[in-house]
Design a protein around this ligand. Sequence first.
Ligand SMILES: [Zn+2]
Length: 272
Amino acid sequence: MKRLALLLLAASLALAGCYTNPVTGRKSLVLLSQGEELTLGAQSFQQIREKEKVSADPASNARVTRIGQRIAKAVGNELPDAKWEFVVFDSNQLNAFALPGGKVGVYTGLIKLAENDSELAIVMGHEIGHVIARHGAERMSEAMVISGVGALGAAAVEAKTGDAATRQTFELAYGGLTTIGRVLPHSRGNESEADRMGAIYAARAGYDPRASITFWQKMMAQKQAAGGAASEGKLGALLSTHPADTTRIADLKALMPSVLPTYEQNKGKFND
Ligand SMILES: [Zn+2]
C-alpha cells in the first residue's frame, strides 16, 4: 500500500513536472497550474480590497500605476495571462505585495519611505519577482508533498480553488499579506532570487537598480530605530517576511555589475 502511494506520488510529481524560472533558469517543483494560481490570486486580491482601505489619493495612485505599468512591460510574457492591477492601500504599514495574475498592492507607509521612483520600482519588482518565480506555489507544493497529499494534491487544489482554507494556505505561502494575521518569512534562497529578478525588471523598465541598496539600507535603519528583530512585526509584513541585513546589502552590491548595463540601455527610454 505504501509502495502504491509512493508510486502515485512519483507519477504525480512527474506529471506536474518542473517550472523553469524565465529569468534565473532555476527549476522548481510546482504542483499547481498557472491557471489555478491565477484564480487564487484574483480571489485573494478581491478579498484584500474589500477588507483594507483603498487610498483615494490621486497622486500616489498615479505614481504606483505608472511605475507598475513600466515593470509590467519589462516582465512581458514572463507572466502569461497577467491581468495587471496596481492598488494603493491607505495604511502606515511598511508593506507591499504581489499575487499571481499581476495583482500588486502598495501601502502608503512604504510610498512615504521610498524617496524616489527607483526605490518603489525595486520593491514592486521584487514582489513581482516572487510571483514569476512562483515561490508561493513552490511552498504550497512542498507542504503538499510533506503532508503526503502530493499524489492527489494537484487535483485537490483544482477542485478547491474556491475554498477558503486553500486560499489561506496560498496567501500564507505568498506572504506579506497582513489580512491573514500571521506571516511566514521567505527563505534566504527565495529572497535573493526575488532581489535579482526585481533589480533586472527595474533596470529593464529604466529604473536605477542601485536603489535596491539604498532601499534595503533604509529598511534596516527602520528596524534598528524601532528596536531590532522583535519590532519587525510592528513595522509591517514586508520587514517580517524580508529580513534586511548586511548579507542582503552585500549580495545586492555584488549583483550590480551584472544589471547596470541593462539600466544604461533603458534609462531615458520611458518618458511618462
Ligand atoms: Zn521577498
